[in-house]
Structures are given as C-alpha cells and as structure tokens.
Design a protein around this ligand. Structure first.
Ligand SMILES: [Mn+2]
Length: 852
C-alpha cells in the first residue's frame, strides 16, 4: 500500500474557548472535535449534543411556503389533479414518496411521475409534461429535488394553466422560473438551519406545514421522517443542524419498522432484523438499492416500493431492487475491468493527470460509479463517458479529487459542452462525438497545467492525535454522542504515534486482513487493531516495531465481552515501503507483449516490401489528422483511393463518409488496388490482416487503431457473448421464429472479431441451448434456430469447456490487437513476411464441434 499524506485538522484549529469546553460537559477532547466540525458557539454545541432538546425550525422560513400551502389546500378542497414530479435519484425518489404519501393521506387527487434517466434526463421534461397535463387533467405540479432551472418548462405549464410549486435544493439560476412558489434553501441565508436541506428535506418541510395547517396529529408528520432521513443521508448533504436532527428522528422512525417497502428491502438484502438500523444502513444498504433502480430501470418503481401497502407487491419490488443492485455491481465491475485494461494497453496514464475514457458499451447509469472506483485506484480526476449512437453524443460523468474543483475547472471547456452541470466534487457534461479527440487534448492539457504532483497524493485527514490512555470507554461514549455521522460530520479519525507491536496475525480465508495487538506503556494493557484488506502485497511488520497509526475507534462485542478496537485506515512503519509507485504507472513496454504465433505454412507468398506503412498510433487530435488527409479529397476522385478498414458499426468513425469508403474483411469488389488503406479498426488476427492486405493490395497502409479510443480493446467474455447473442438475434426476421441462415464472415465482421471467437461463441451458445446450429460447411453458412427464451444470457457457463475455448479465443484477439497497437512497425511488417497459406476461398474452412 502506497503511503498517503496524513494531515491533522487539529493544526488549523484555534484554541477552543472555555465556554465551549463547558458546553461539552468539560471534555476538552469533545470540544475540539466539535470545533473541527465548525461548531464553536456554546449554544450550538448544546443543540448538537442534545438532539432531544433540539427545536426544529419552522418551514415558514421559506418565503413562498404560505403561498404553496394555500394553493395545495385549495387543490385538495377542489379535488384538482396534482402531480408530484421528482428526480430519479434517491433524494428525488424519497421526496416524491413523501409528498405523494402526505397528499394521498389528505385525500388529494394526486399522482406522481419520475422521468427516465436515460431518455429524459434531469429536470422537468416538456414532452412528458404535455402528455401528463392532458391525460391526467393536471392543475398543480409540485416538483421535488428538481425544477429550479426549468424556466421554459414552467412557462409551458403556465401557458397550460397549470400552477407549479418548485421544491428543490439545487443551485439557482440567475433568473428564477415563473413558478407559483419556489421552496429552495438556496433562497435563504447561508446560516439558516435549512441552508443545507436535501430535496427530501424540503419536501418534508412542506408536508409538515401542510399537515399542521390542516390540523393533523403529529404522528402523520413523523411517519414521513424515515423517508426524509434516507434522502438526506444518501444525497450526501452535510449532517449538521436541521439535517442531523431530521436523520436522527428518521432513524428512530425507521427502527419502528412499519414501512413495508423498507422491511422488504432489508429482508432481500439479508440484513439481520435484530440489529438497529443506523445511518450506515441508509448509506450502504438502502441507498444503493434505491439508486440502482433509477440507474438501470424505472425509478418510479422505487417510489411505489416506498409507498405500497401491499406486502406481496413490496416483496416483488424489493426483489427487483436487489437484482438491479447486483446488476449495477456487475456492470461497475465490468466497466472497471475494461477501463483498466484500456489504460494498461494504451499507457494513457503515463504523464497524464487525469483518466479520460469513453465507450459505447457502458451504461449511462453506472459511469459515475466507475469514475469513483477509478479514483480509488489512480487518485486523479476521472472522466468516464458513454457514446450514444443515435444522438452522436458522448456523455461524461466526472469525479474529482481534493484540490481540483471540478465545476470551476470545467468552465474553461464550456464552449464544447452541449449540456453540463455539477459541483466541486462531481460533474456531468455532454459533447459531440466528433469533438472527442479535441476534448481529450484540451482536458488532458488543463489537468497537466492545474494539477501539481502534490495534489496527486491522497490525503488522510485526521482529527486529533491521541495518547494510548485517551483510548478508553469515555472516548467511545463521546463518539456515540456525535452520531449520526456522514457528510460534514464524519466519524472522527485519530492518530497515534510510536505504538509498539506486540503481536500480528493475518485473518480471513485469503489472509487479507491484518490484526495487531499493540503493547501499551501501562504494564499488561493491550489494544487490538484491525486493518481490513491490508493485502498480501505489504511487507510483514517487524516484531516490536514502532508504528504510527491512523484509525477510527469502535466497540466490538464478541461472545458477550465488549472491547475497544481500532480500525486502521493507514499504518506508517519503518518496515513498510514508502514508494508511491501505485500512482505513477509507466507505459507498458513493448517487449512484454509477445507477438502472436504465426503458423508457418507453405503457399502463396505475399510481398510487402513495396508497401509503405505509416504509424499514427497514439497520435493526438485524430479528428484533425483524418480531416487533413481525407478532407481535401472528400467527394473528389482522389478520395476513391482511400479505404477505411472499419468492422462492426461505422458510427464511431469521426468523419461521416459514404459507405463505399469503408471496407471490412468481406471484400465486395469495390476496392481500389494500389490505394491507401486506413487501419482504423485493427484486424483480429494475423490471418485476417493478411487477407485484408491481399484483397486491397494497398500502396500505403496507415496504422491508426483509432477505434480503440472509444471502444475498449477487450471485453469480458460474458459480455462479448451477450453481444454475440444480441447481434444474432437482430439478424432474425422481426416477428419470426423460423430458422435463418447466417453467413459466417458477415458475423465476424459485425462482431469485429476472429473466426475462432465466432466459432467458439456459436458452439457455446449452442451448448447452452440459446440456439441450435446446423452447419453448412460448403457455403460457410449456418442455419440458426433461436430458442425463444434467448436474449438475456443468464446461465452460469464459466466452468464449461466451450466457455474456456471462447474466452481463450477472445484473449488471443485482444493480444493480437494489443500487439498491433504497440509493436514497432518493423516488427509488424516482418510478421507479414511469413508465408501464409490461403485456401481457394482465401480462408481456411470452418469447423465447428457440435457435441451435444
Ligand atoms: Mn438532491
């Protein structure tokens, strides 16, 4: 584990006042911890430490509250149709559930709508609103966690004689939408207890006033607090002031355990129902599951789950959430593997202070999570994009590190963005696909310029330095009193210097976790410390070595006995390497990638000496280069001399060109001998490369491989298999279940992969009964009969021999392309001088093993 910088927040702290220490029960340590969280006034400290006495602030603080409540009451009385329109993240889902449940309880004529992340995006959607206004005869729209910037959409609603009440907590634009009422904490003074409310928090405050006005009992308000707590914790607003109180109360309500949907989620997630639910349960169990449904499916099902009164429906929806969450995890994992492989093979990290990757294979809903994971490993700003074919756009999710304000820095590139938004830690933006190279160049340049080497070393922030005797039950009590923890009020991290190691032991099946027994100066006293995922890479500590520790403290009850345990975040010891090599990835050297074996066969000899090869690999600003060489001849006879090798879809080629300029391995007779061949795609194997050169006999070969700037060089076998199945399914006549004939070279070309991959893939799909094959070797065709259940590959197949063959074939293609991407031109050219035999049909016959 590479060293990280430790910084004590304590150092920046002025001396705490005696009054603050007194307000903290004469515990100077507690006073310091509070001061480090910005709580310096004795009264504030009192409110923080005694949540039972906390006086919640009235929702009437919002200037438009009275207007909003009056309009809603009028709508309830007149049975006017009200729509709650929420965002699709957890804050929006819970905000929608709060408003809907509250209004339903007041017998309002209310419905809700949550837009699709994929087709509609954040904010009010004009198309959806038009539909809803007419189908549901809307008179009032109440937004939650969204709407502050929807100037045009609110005007549209005004034109349709629908009143809009915006409840939101996002930044306000210069001009506010012409809504009937806007409840947004950004309209309040920054010191207001409401200033940091989440979207769900604003929705809750509105309901509170509404229920009070109508004279409902307090229990009606309390019932909504569990939802408010979920939205607040998951949206990562600071857990201070009103927010912390709302979460504290919400956790009590949650622990009453009355909400069917939450019970069902916890049951599906196998959460033991005897342990109390904490902010951790919200952040790590409930949050990700509710989030997953909005990322991968329809967020309104998340709302339904939270409000349903039907036990069976709750179980069904919770099961779906669980499945989505698992799928989300898989997709992130796969995305991460692809991203890392891509980085590894292009050596892109070398010298760059950012990671910028885009792929058409990634799901828009998970790229932000992939970026977050990549930061854990590479610790530099990460920009992960999805390429959208239809709109020819790349949509990026960006995540940043400390010291690089994402929102502020991205302003410099604003001219390239079609849409964008964000804050210091994260942002999102969309660009035109054709601008991808330009964006990369400018963004890399910006990061080189503005990120120093020092910024690239991760920091561990520690609250205080402790001596061993300060680690006692009082400390635990003090910490418990500071909960719930979260953004703005983190679990305190402490440091201890020169602790002596008494014993050490690796725990866990794979010996990943390190357990230490620390000898304390007081004779016979010991402390236990655990470092989860310490890993086998680290050196063993020396016996009796003195170490510095960064840790949090917890109580651990085992077999009825309660002990204090340190949870280590980092460990600094003389025996441990100080290198930061993890953050300085060098480009992979060419020698480590071996050339694929070229089968030596007697046959036709191809002379390549006369062909000129030009290397464009790793060239910056590819768009510009392509325009430079193709541009002058566009639609002129000269262009006829260029052929662009591009298998699969041609959408990823930066310049729109007529189809005749593209070529695949399926020679179609339109080639121009003695012309110039652009290897935009890379052939999957040596055989295909040679066949291609033989067909086109180019005078000049431009080696580019630019396709792999947007498409990962390799894909996980299961995903590729899923893609294969999808491509085959699309080859079937719509509405037909009849067997159909597939020409194998066509399939190879569509999949941009080798014969072996296609053959092995077909064998595997056949074995798994997703399809039945009938070989027609003479014509190199197959008759395929698709199993009607096919489409989504669910079967476990990793242990099958067919799977291994498929994975190996795929690996070979990846190795070959990596070689083409990295080997010196001379090596690639000399590989071509090996003789290679072509059958009469230029290719070897197809053989497929169909043992059932
Ligand atoms: Mn929010």
């Amino acid at each position: 584990m590479a060293r990280r910088i430790w910084k004590y927040k304590e150092q920046a702290l002025a001396a705490v006042s005696p009054a603050l220490v007194e307000a903290c029960g004469n515990q100077p340590l507690l006073a310091k911890l509070l001061a480090l969280r910005g709580i310096t006034e004795p009264a504030e400290a009192g409110a923080f430490l005694n949540l039972t006495d906390y006086q919640p602030t009235s929702g009437m603080e919002f200037p438009d509250m009275a207007k909003a409540v009056e309009r809603i009451q009028q709508a309830i009385a007149g049975q006017e149709s009200i729509l709650v329109y929420g965002d699709f993240d957890v804050d929006g889902i819970t905000g929608t559930a709060i408003l809907y449940e509250c209004l339903k309880g007041l017998n309002a004529n209310v419905s809700y709508y949550v837009p699709s992340r994929h087709t509609e995006g954040h904010g009010l959607n004009a198309g959806a609103l038009c539909r809803l206004v007419s189908s549901r005869q809307l008179k009032v729209v109440i937004t939650t966690d969204t709407g502050s910037s929807n100037f045009n959409e609110v005007n549209l609603l005004n034109g349709l004689k629908v009143d809009t009440i915006i409840t939101d907590h996002h930044e306000l634009p210069e001009h506010l939408p012409q809504a009937l009422a806007i409840l947004n904490p950004k309209l309040l003074a920054p010191q207001s207890p409401f200033a940091m409310l989440s979207g769900a928090g604003v929705a809750y405050k509105l309901c509170e006033i509404l229920l009070d006005e109508i004279g409902r009992p307090a229990a009606d308000k309390e019932r909504l607090l569990d939802l408010c707590a979920i939205g607040t914790v998951v949206d990562l607003v600071p857990l201070l002031r009103e927010n912390r109180y709302l979460v504290w109360r919400g956790l009590q309500v949650l622990n009453w355990g009355e909400r069917l949907g939450i019970k069902a989620i916890l049951q599906e997630a196998n959460v033991n129902d005897s342990t109390p639910l904490t902010e951790q349960t919200l952040g790590f169990t409930i949050g990700p599951r509710l989030n997953a449904i909005g990322r991968l499916s329809d967020a309104s099902e998340g709302v339904e789950l939270l409000i349903t009164q039907d036990k069976e429906r709750a179980r069904q929806l919770a099961a779906k959430l669980e499945q989505m969450n698992r799928r989300r995890r898989d997709l992130v994992e796969e995305g991460l593997i692809q991203a890392e492989k891509h980085l590894q093979y292009t050596g892109e990290l070398a010298g760059e202070n950012a990671v910028i990757l885009a792929s058409p294979d990634w799901n828009q809903g998970i790229v932000g999570l992939v970026a977050t994971k990549l930061i854990e490993k590479y610790y530099r700003p990460c920009f992960i994009g999805t390429v959208d074919d239809d709109s020819q756009e790349v949509r990026f999710s960006a995540r940043s590190i400390e010291g690089f304000d994402m929102h502020q820095n991205l302003q410099a590139l604003e001219d390239m963005f079609l849409r964008w938004g964000g804050h210091s830690g994260a942002a999102g933006f969309a660009i035109r696909l054709q601008d991808l190279d330009k964006l990369k160049t400018r963004l890399f340049g910006l990061c080189r310029e503005r990120i120093t080497d020092e910024t690239l070393i991760p920091i561990i922030w520690l609250d205080l330095k402790l001596t061993p005797d300060q680690i006692n039950p009082y400390l635990i009590e003090m910490i418990n009193n500071m909960a719930p923890f979260g953004q703005g009020n983190p679990l305190p991290v402490f440091g201890m210097e020169q602790a002596t190691i008494g014993a050490q032991k690796m725990l866990g099946e794979d010996r990943r976790h390190l357990k230490l027994i620390l000898d304390l100066p007081e004779k016979g006293r010991h402390l236990e410390a655990i470092h989860w995922n310490w890993g086998a890479d680290n050196a063993k500590l020396n016996p009796s070595e003195k170490v510095n520790l960064a840790f949090t403290v917890e109580e651990n009850t085992f077999n009825g006995a309660t002990k204090i345990q340190l949870l280590l975040k980092d460990l600094d010891a003389p025996s441990q390497p100080k290198a930061q090599s993890r953050f300085m990835t060098k480009p992979q050297s060419i020698e480590t990638i071996t050339s694929p074996v070229i089968p030596a066969k007697a046959g036709i000899h191809i002379h390549h000496e006369d062909t000129q090869w030009i290397d464009h690999r790793g060239r910056e600003n590819l768009d510009g280069f392509l325009y430079h060489i193709l541009g002058p001849s566009l639609d002129t006879p000269e262009q006829a001399q260029y052929r662009i090798y591009c298998e699969g879809t041609q959408h990823y080629f930066p310049i729109p060109l007529a189809p005749q300029y593209f070529c695949t391995r399926m020679a179609n007779g339109t080639h121009a001998p003695q012309g110039q061949l652009l290897l935009w795609d890379l052939p999957p194997d040596q055989e295909s490369l040679q066949a291609l050169l033989k067909t086109y006999q180019p005078q000049v070969v431009h080696l580019i491989g630019g396709k792999y700037q947007t498409i990962p060089l390799s894909r996980p076998p299961r995903e590729f298999l899923q893609g294969t199945l999808a491509v085959i399914t699309r080859m079937q006549q719509p509405q037909s279940t009849a067997p159909f004939v597939v020409h194998l070279p066509q399939l190879e070309s569509l999949l941009s992969s080798s014969k072996s991959v296609v053959m092995a893939g077909l064998s595997l799909l056949n074995r798994l009964s997703y399809l039945n094959l009938r070989a027609m070797p003479e014509t190199r065709q197959f008759e395929i009969h698709l199993n009607p259940a096919s489409g989504n590959l669910q079967t476990e197949c990793d242990s099958l021999i067919e799977y291994q063959a498929f994975a190996n074939a795929l690996e070979e293609v990846q190795q070959f392309r990596t070689w083409m991407m990295t080997a010196p031109l001379s090596v690639i050219k000399s590989g071509l001088n090996h003789t290679y035999e072509f059958q009469t049909d230029e290719r070897e016959p197809y053989v497929v093993h169909l043992d059932q």
